[in-house]
Design a binder for this molecule. Structure first.
Ligand SMILES: Nc1ncnc2c1ncn2[C@@H]1O[C@H](C[S@+](CC[C@H]([NH3+])C(=O)[O-])CC(=O)[O-])[C@@H](O)[C@H]1O
Ligand SMILES: O=C(O)C(=O)Cc1ccccc1
Length: 247
């Protein structure tokens, strides 16, 4: 993995462009996400542990919005069920190119890894195969809000009995005081990870038009409306959480 530090927003920008998953972001992405998302390494590793409990023999595991394939790699470390294969999907050409490099490198070093297919494409246009595990690890928040229910409905329809959707998201909070407190604490987390006030402010204005978090209540209601029978939060660190949704 690239170890290049994230300094994308360190210099004052006359106008901050909307955030995009382009080559500049790809270069610093592992550092950016670790320093920006509290609990990210714990979520990714344990997503593999959870997935191993839901994986069904001879089924597909989806990593949707795979970026550089961190979740796919956790699936490879933990899932031991016979005949499983991973389909990792991302619509950023720059992400997909680098993701394939990492995963092909692993393939050539180790035998008996889960087979992985990395697809460059829009998850909104994907024809889902029957799947036992679907991971949306910080991806749904980048999907247009009006498209989210239909996407979750299609994921629900593709899930096999005994399978699960694992959904990780940044949260907003309906209670203004709770929202302000956890937002401030997230900023403190970023500051503690070496981001300056300028970097924090410019990143915030870059993502505000492209990333639209929902509340936990909105997630729960939408997942139930999409046909899931049970929604179980398994992790929260500040304003970032991960949920298990059962078919
Ligand atoms: N419509 C779409 N179709 C496909 N991909 C998309 C779409 N919209 C956005 N993406 C992709 O979703 C990913 C979101 S990052 C996921 C982190 C990863 N899961 C990780 O666990 O490291 C989250 C973040 O950076 O906060 C990006 O790679 C986008 O290109
Ligand atoms: O940086 C932030 O404030 C975030 O909310 C998370 C994030 C992490 C990486 C890319 C975009 C957003």
């Amino acid at each position: 993995m690239s170890k290049e530090p994230d300094r994308l927003f360190a210099q004052p920008l006359a106008q901050v462009p909307d955030f995009a998953f382009n080559e500049d972001v790809v270069r610093v992405f592992p550092d950016m996400i670790k320093r920006s998302v509290p609990g990210y390494p714990t979520i990714v590793e344990n997503l593999g542990v959870l997935a191993a409990q839901f994986a069904q023999p001879n089924s597909v595991l989806y990593d949707l919005g795979a970026s550089l394939g961190a979740v796919t790699q956790a699936l490879r470390r933990h899932v031991r069920t016979d005949g499983c294969r991973v389909i990792a999907v991302d619509n950023s050409a720059a992400m997909v190119e680098r993701c394939r490099e990492y995963l092909n490198g692993q393939d050539s070093m180790f035998q008996e890894l889960l087979p992985v297919q990395v697809v460059e494409g829009d998850i909104l246009a994907l024809e889902f195969q029957p799947a036992s595990v679907v991971a949306l690890n910080f991806t749904l928040q980048f999907i247009a809000p009006e498209q989210r229910l239909a996407l979750l409905g299609r994921i629900r329809q593709s899930l096999l009995p005994g399978g699960a959707l694992i959904l990780s998201e940044k949260l907003r909070f309906n209670d203004a005081e709770e929202h302000a407190l956890l937002t401030d604490l997230h900023i403190a987390f970023k500051r503690a990870n070496g981001y300056s006030e300028l970097e924090i402010a410019q990143k915030r204005s870059a993502i505000e038009n492209v990333m639209k978090p929902d509340s936990l209540e909105e997630h729960r209601e939408r997942l139930l409306a999409a046909g899931f029978s049970k929604v179980v939060p398994w992790f929260q660190c500040l304003n970032f959480a991960s949920l298990i949704a059962l078919p």
